[in-house]
Ligand binder design. Structure first.
Ligand code: FAD
Length: 286
């Protein structure tokens, strides 16, 4: 099923994000995680893709095939473009088409200072155009409630996003954020700019301090004072930090749902306990 169709039911969409096991590990190692995630009946599961430079991330496609074949859940395949040629992207699209995988999250990918980009694609919007012209796929895109780290300013970032949507994106998934006000402000500006596609809110439940510091340094999300207080109070007590992190994520989600968000996308970090705990808490809200 195409992801854009899932937003037509009138109910908020619930989705999970996972990453494939490393190349030297068996793909089957993720089965224990997938079993739990799929029992929670998400609308779709998205699978991350390497930014490239070290060969094509065929593991992503393998895992997406597995989710569809063994668990009958719709996968959303992430695809980055900065470090790939048109020929390489075309080969991946051929493979996805042959496997009947029709949903792609089209991304630029982060710049890697050690890898010279291939020059065929500058921005995600170039990839969106390429996929649209190839035909037959639903295309999702990424968006940034606090603005993308490289953007000149948020206005330009929104204009660039509008261009990406106009090229063929029919659903957006947001970067993580810990203060819902950023999401509401962004969503309002996006709507004013004429971006009318569903926008899913990306939620990263915190389970350890190092994980959050790494993510925040990569994506530039700000940490509200109340969140920082929780981290410093419980950072050395694993179970307490887990409980507090889940409670924080649940309170974000409850408020977003009360404000009629189009969907919730949980960055599960391949931790089924996280997804289960959150879904149990919000089971009557969706
Ligand atoms: P773009 O939409 O191209 O935007 C990148 C920057 O370029 C922005 O600052 C934008 O304002 C600017 N820009 C866009 N168009 C123009 C233009 N025409 N002229 C000038 N400036 C322009 N990375 C991975 O490697 N693998 C993954 O699986 C992955 N999954 C992700 C999932 C989500 C939900 C999100 C939010 C991010 C994910 N990323 C992933 C990270 C993503 O690749 C980076 O954030 C990357 O830096 C930007 O990708 P993008 O697709 O948003 O780029």
């Amino acid at each position: 099923m195409r992801i854009e169709e899932m937003f037509k039911t009138g109910k908020p969409v619930l989705s999970f994000e996972i990453f494939p096991p490393k190349r030297n590990r068996e793909l089957e190692e993720i089965d224990d995680t997938l079993k739990v995630l799929c029992e929670l009946e998400p609308d779709f599961i998205s699978v991350t893709f390497g930014a490239g430079g070290r060969g094509i991330s065929s593991r992503t496609v393998e895992l997406a095939k597995k989710i569809r074949r063994d668990y009958h859940v719709e996968p959303l395949v992430h695809l980055t473009c900065l470090n790939y040629t048109k020929q390489e992207i075309c080969e991946i699209l051929n493979e996805l088409e042959a496997a009947g995988l029709e949903n792609i999250l089209a991304l630029r990918g982060d710049r890697n200072p050690d890898v010279e980009p291939k020059q065929d694609f500058q921005y995600a919007s170039d990839l969106v155009k390429f996929i649209r012209e190839y035909g037959g796929f639903h295309i999702s895109g990424a968006c940034y409630p606090e603005g993308h780290t490289e953007a000149k300013n948020r206005i330009q970032d929104i204009r660039n996003l509008k261009h990406k949507v106009d090229e063929g994106v029919t659903h957006l998934v947001s970067q993580l954020f810990f203060d819902n006000e950023f999401f509401y402000g962004f969503q309002e500006k996006a709507r004013i700019a004429g971006i009318d596609v569903p926008i899913e809110a990306g939620i990263m439940p915190v389970i350890n301090k190092a994980q959050i510091e790494r993510m925040v340094s990569l994506c530039g999300a700000s940490l509200p004072a109340k969140f920082q207080r929780i981290m410093s109070k419980y950072e050395n007590r694993k179970e307490a930090l887990f409980d507090a992190g889940m409670a924080y994520a649940v309170s974000q989600i409850v408020e977003l749902l009360a404000n009629d968000v189009d969907g919730i996308h949980i960055f599960t970090m391949n931790n089924p306990k996280v997804a289960k705990r959150i879904c149990t808490e919000i089971r009557n809200l969706i």
